[in-house]
Ligand binder design. Structure first.
Ligand code: HEC
Ligand code: HEC
Length: 288
């Protein structure tokens, strides 16, 4: 019996080159199967999916599939998972959200992108701040208070610490005494004379009777720094401290004044987003 692959009498085409004859044997069966599977596959794909480049894009394909559609579907799926959480974030206060472990988790991870987009440029990716410019967020040392509601208030309304320039209010010698006093405070070596001048010069009005800043005095927060700790907003060299006392903070008409402006995000970000950012900042500061 003859099979297509092994015909008993191969047909000779009569062509011959260097002793090699060309026959008319059909190709092997496996090869033919692959060949047919191949073109049928192409045909099906071609009908279902966009495949021929035309003048205005390509043909659509019966399935109507596009990469953009697939992407949008994935985004919608993601939004659907987030929706119930976002609904809760809308109606719940930041404090309530924090008390719910699941929501708190969601908030902290959802805040990552928003923090990177809006805050990291100034406060650093990990909240490390920059000496002289932007306060550290990743510590439990606060100018305005680290409880969740105060942080929400800070982000919503912005902050702008105000310390008057003392160059014209005090004598040069007094300013130097105060600078030495401020530098000695965290080392526990501040003198009576220093404390007296700190009081007379009105520094206590903002920095508190104990020089620990508004946040620890329970006053309405003036943003006045705690001067008794090792955390320095503007550096603790004599030169830096002298500059702060002489020219103050955020004094419009003083050229050498310190600039310390936290922009307000109340108009730019939704209240939900501000809540989750506050929860992230709160967590960065050790949750105190
Ligand atoms: C343009 C720079 C800038 C950007 C952007 C910025 N901040 Fe601030 N932020 C500051 C400055 C400066 C201060 C200190 C203000 C002062 O000393 O009165 C501050 C203060 C704060 C404080 C108060 C810290 C304390 O010790 O009480 C918090 C909280 C804070 N920022 C969070 C954020 C968050 C969250 C974002 C993003 C939504 C953000 N900031 C974006 C510059 C910035
Ligand atoms: C009207 C309130 C106010 C008064 C009065 C005031 N300060 Fe301040 N002071 C501030 C604020 C607000 C800041 C913090 C600015 C910031 O971090 O945004 C500050 C910051 C400082 C700093 C920088 C601390 C650091 O960590 O780098 C020093 C030093 C300082 N004050 C010393 C004094 C002395 C000394 C006096 C008295 C002569 C005085 N201040 C009076 C509000 C005040």
């Amino acid at each position: 019996m003859s099979t297509p692959n092994k015909p008993e009498k191969p047909q000779d085409t009569g062509h011959e080159w260097d002793g090699i004859r060309e026959l008319t044997n059909p190709p092997p069966r496996w090869w033919m199967i692959m060949f047919h599977v191949g073109w049928i596959w192409c045909l099906i794909y071609f009908v279902l999916y966009p495949s021929i480049p035309l003048l205005n894009g390509s043909n659509e394909g019966l399935l109507g599939w596009t990469q953009i559609k697939e992407f949008k579907e994935a985004v919608a799926e993601n939004d659907a998972v987030k929706a119930p959480y976002m609904e809760k974030l809308k109606v719940m206060g930041a404090g309530e959200i924090m008390a719910d472990a699941e929501l708190r988790n969601f908030a902290e991870s959802a805040a990552k992108a928003a923090y990177g987009d809006n805050c990291a440029a100034c406060h650093g990716a990990g909240g490390e701040g920059a000496v002289g410019l932007f306060p550290v967020l990743a510590d439990d040392n606060w100018l305005y208070g680290g409880d969740i509601d105060t942080i929400v208030e800070t982000i919503t309304g912005g902050r702008m610490g105000n310390m008057p320039a003392h160059a014209d209010m005090l004598e040069a010698g007094q300013i130097e005494t105060l600078a030495d006093f401020v530098i000695a405070l965290p080392q526990g070596t501040a003198t009576e004379k220093g404390w007296a001048l700190f009081s007379d010069a009105g520094c206590m009005g903002c920095h508190g009777d104990n020089a620990q800043g508004g946040a620890l005095n329970g006053d309405t927060f003036s943003g006045a720094a705690n001067l008794t700790d090792q955390v320095w907003r503007f550096g603790n060299s004599r030169e830096e401290v002298l500059r702060t006392i002489r020219f103050g903070v955020n004094q419009e008409d003083v050229a050498e004044t310190r600039s310390a402006i936290m922009p307000a995000f109340g108009e730019k970000l939704s209240p939900e987003l501000i809540k989750i950012l506050a929860i992230k900042v709160h967590a960065m500061g050790g949750g105190q």
